[in-house]
Design a protein around this ligand. Sequence first.
Ligand code: 9D3
Length: 238
Amino acid sequence: MALRVDILTTFPEMFDPSAESAALNASIPGRARAAGLIQWHATNIRAYAQNKHDKTDDRPFGGGPGMVMMCQPLWDAVTAVEAMDPRPATRIVLTPQGVPLSQAMVRELATRPRLLLIAGHYEGIDERVIEKLAPLEISIGDYVLSGGELAAMVLIDAVARLLPGALGHELSAEEDSFAEHAGQRLLDCPHYTRPREWNGMAVPEVLLGGDHGAVAKWRLEQKLVRTKARRPDLKGPA
Ligand code: 9D3
């Protein structure tokens, strides 16, 4: 059965499944969706507002800038959307305060039957509804986005490519974002294709010689050098 992903947002049009130009409809997620491996539905939190202006946010107690997502519309949206399918949903709030998304977490989420993603353009969510929902809280990195929707798309993209059958013949579904050697996670080596010379720049000789052992050795050295220089934090077991 297809992985069902619900997104609760005040910008549901960002997830339009029929828009040819939508980010998620290109490439692997689009093919996974066409193949029936994943489906996603965006629900407008505003549809569950009960006040006369369909407000979903309000000013923060204690003062300060920005608006805070109210408890009631979000709680009602979550319970209504969860009732649309009997399978239990893994609840996730995309937030700068979350734990950083990792490939290990993506792998785990790809095994769940349903994901419910909460994304927003507010300063924050009323802590009481977070406490009641008890969601996973996930960030996609230490930079400031204008909202959680693109973070939700990043998560959907990363999960979709791991669903069995999503990758075709390109890569094994086991394949990670990192090369691995002796239990170490490594960045990838440089790649080259034709022509053999471009703008006066040659392809490394070893790649042209047909010595597969030498090629493998060179690639591993390149991975080690790059990882040490660019991502010293990655050294160590996976
Ligand atoms: C000073 C308070 N800001 C918190 C860092 C306010 C704030 C900034 C940006 C509140 C929300 C947002 C919108 N960002 C997200 O919703 C978000 C996000 C991000 O900004 N960076 C990395 N991952 C994520 S996941 C959701």
